[in-house]
Design a protein around this ligand. Sequence first.
Ligand SMILES: [Zn+2]
Length: 247
Amino acid sequence: MFFTSLFDFFLPRLCFSCTQKLNPYENHVCALCLAEFSTAGKTRIDREYERKFRKAGLVEDFQSLYVFEKGKGIQTLIHSLKYGGKFRAGIFLGEKTGQLIQQNCMDWKIDLIVPVPLHKLKKLGRGYNQSFYIAKGLSRILKKPVDESILIRKKNTLSQTNMDLAEREKNIRNAFSIKNSAIAAGKNILLVDDVITTGATINECARVLKYAGANRVYAVSAAIADLSDDQEISPLSIQSLEQRLPV
Ligand SMILES: [Zn+2]
C-alpha cells in the first residue's frame, strides 16, 4: 500500500472509465464507476441465451458480465480497450468475468480459452486483438490456457453496424476456419468476445469448432448489447477518445 501510494504520488493511476485518480486500494476502475455499471444478472443471461443460442444448439452455455449502455462508463471502458490500446482494461474485464464464471458456472469443464479472432488486416490496423486480453484475464482466474492460433478469421467481414440479424448471419457465414483440428478435437472450449450483440459471430465460431471435433463450446463476453447500441460501439472520433481516456 505504501509503495502504491508513493507511486501514485509521482505517476497517478487513472480510472479507465471516468479518468479520475484511483485510490491506492483501487485498480483500473474506480469504485464509483464499478457501482454504476449494470451487471447482466441471471434473468437477463437466461433470456439472452434463449434469444441468441438456443435455436442454433451450438453453444452449451453463456455468461456476460455487464450490460452495454450508451453514453455510460461501460462504453468508455470498452472503448479504452478496443480503440485506446488500454490492454489492462481487457485483463481487468477478463478477471472480473472469470470470477463470475467461478461463482455461477461450477459445472463448466473448460480445457481451452479461445478469443474470437480478428482478420489479419484488421489486427494489423488495430495492432492487437482486444478479446485476447479479456481471454488473458480469464486465464489468470480459471487457470486454463489461451489458444490464439486454433481459429482464424479468413474473411475480412464488413462492419456489422446497421445490419439486422439475418444480414449479420449472412455476413459472418464462413468467416472463420480452423487452423489445427487436432487441438480442438475432444476439447471443451470457452469462446471470448468483448461485446456480444446478436450472437451471430459466436455461433459461427462455435459451428467451426464443433465441426473440427470440439466437445463443448461455451461463450462469454465482457458485455451484452442490443442491436440499437451498435452505433455507439463503433469508434468514437480519435479526438474525443483522446479527451476521454487516461494517458
Ligand atoms: Zn471511475
